[in-house]
Design a protein around this ligand. Sequence first.
Ligand SMILES: [Zn+2]
Length: 317
Amino acid sequence: MKESSTNLTRRAFCAASAAVALSAAARVRAAEPKRGPRFIDVHTHLGQCWNHTRPLTADGLLKWMDEHGVERAVVMPVVSPEASSYPLTTDFVLAETKPHRDRLIPFCVVDPRTAYSGKRHGLKYMLQRYVDQGVKGFGEHKPGVPIDHPGSLELYAVCGELKLPVLFHLDDQRNTDEPGLPGLERVLTAHPDTTFIGHGPGWWASISGDVRTPSDLGSYPTGPVAAGGAMDRLLGKCPNLFGELSADSGSGAIGRDKTFGRDFLVRRADRILFGTDYLSPGQAVQQFDVLRSLDLPAEVEAKIARENAIRILALEA
Ligand SMILES: [Zn+2]
């Protein structure tokens, strides 16, 4: 049906008014100082991770970063069969990030059950090849073995020698441990020169003192945090230990008890890094809102958002 000229005129007027209102709002926004910190996201993936997620391209990741004030992002391979539906190799990550190394930071990973010759020397040679191609860390370390598996101990030792921080995922199936995280404690004590960055349900459930069974390390607890969390205790004891906020386990652990969560981030401001686990176009990410809702002191927010990542991953400031 043809539209009457009166209707067309009215619509044109409404559109013009909206444009005036929009440009006024834009002027207000332009006059405001830029709010919120710039972020370095220490946990993203490219390609297709899961059979239920969509592939993420480097351009897609960069666009999402621009929309959320993320200046740089760590891109991690995943090769262990328990870590993803599809293996995403270090060589893939190196190739995908190569045109964007000013913003995309590659990590490397080797499964602890991988066959190699030459013992520790052979393993070091394998990782040195990746260091020579620009990787800044090791991860995502997510194999379906105990956290102190003999093959992993070799990897932790070599990562210490090469100054590669190890970003690990801990739950009830990958890097398994007992309540209280005694396996992780053995690892940290045996490798004081290796930097470890914890992530995942088991890591974050252990912010609270009420983890009772190994399967609790695979849970996403809600409600108040109980005193005596093993992860918090290990952060106090081991200076080579850090944590990152990615995935629902990270945002959930801080958001489940915001009084404790805020106090934890202020106390551990030098030890926690910002991360999301963004891996699929359009994925919901809670970390920005959770951090904003805590109204953290500006210096705490700046450390968590980017300064700790620059220091721990030895990035350019
Ligand atoms: Zn991940």
